[in-house]
Design a protein around this ligand. Structure first.
Ligand SMILES: Nc1ncnc2c1ncn2[C@@H]1O[C@H](COP(=O)(O)OP(=O)(O)OP(=O)(O)O)[C@@H](O)[C@H]1O
Length: 231
């Protein structure tokens, strides 16, 4: 479904990603791991079209998207939840979610019930301002906002970062239920070995802008993680 070949991208003169190859198959949960600063966010942004690659191709559902705009990629069915929680603090939870509808290609008036079923707390807080939610709830809102557009592939950049363990579990459950629904693929940046081996199907390790290890998550050993991820 998503296929990346020989991708090179960066900022101005500085090339961050070199010769990146990656595949995400329909229904797969793929975990992208790597130390701080190796280029994980740069890769997610390049997939979403926020950074223009210098070389290589990005193909999605047999369509080449390498040079298309971020909104065309969103309309093609790619959802993106950036690192940090970029919700609109002055808008209500419901208004934040309705904005998510604009991104996709689905014509719908309201927030689908399935999204509130995944995040019951957002239904309870529908009329509250986004800025009044706790950090974990804002993270749930930012994932839910991407889901209302009903993407086929969702990119999640460190969704578990800096949130309390109980919310981490809720977000893991959401990812598990996305996986169980078999309607969406997930590509997420996550450092936890437990997550990578328990929920993800496949993993990639990025180091200095290139993929240095990959494989089925069930075969991911602590030794490999230590080798590639220890600081
Ligand atoms: N806007 C930018 N302009 C120039 N350099 C940047 C910019 N954003 C990131 N970089 C550099 O690109 C490199 C890769 O950063 P990136 O954020 O992709 O890494 P990361 O693996 O996601 O790290 P982290 O886990 O800390 O988020 C870093 O050296 C960073 O300093």
């Amino acid at each position: 479904m998503l296929s990346i070949q020989e991708l090179e991208a960066g900022y101005g003169e500085s090339m961050i990603l070199r010769n990146v190859r990656m595949q995400v198959e329909p229904g797969q949960v793929v975990c992208l791991m790597g130390r701080n600063g190796v280029g994980k966010t740069t890769l997610m942004k390049t997939i979403m079209g926020l950074i223009k690659p210098r070389r290589g191709t990005i193909t999605y559902n047999e369509r080449e998207l390498t040079h298309t705009s971020p909104d065309k990629r969103a309309k093609a069915g790619i959802g993106y939840v950036p690192q940090g929680r970029d919700i609109f603090p002055m808008l209500t939870v419901e208004e934040n979610l309705l904005l998510g509808l604009e991104a996709g290609s689905v014509r719908r008036k309201g927030v689908p019930d399935s999204v509130y079923e995944m995040f019951p707390v957002l239904r309870e807080m529908m009329r509250r301002k986004g800025g009044d939610l706790s950090g974990g709830q804002q993270q749930q809102l930012s994932i839910a906002r991407a889901l209302v557009a009903e993407p086929q592939l969702i990119l999640l950049d460190e969704p578990m970062e800096g949130i309390q363990p109980s919310i981490v579990m809720e977000i893991e459950q959401v990812i598990e239920s996305i996986k169980a629904s078999k309607r969406m693929s997930v590509l997420l940046v996550e450092q936890s070995l437990t997550f990578a081996t328990s929920i993800a199907d496949y993993y990639y390790v990025l180091d200095k802008g290139t993929i240095v290890a990959e494989g089925s998550s069930s075969a991911l050993s602590e030794e490999q993680v230590k080798k590639h991820l220890a600081v």
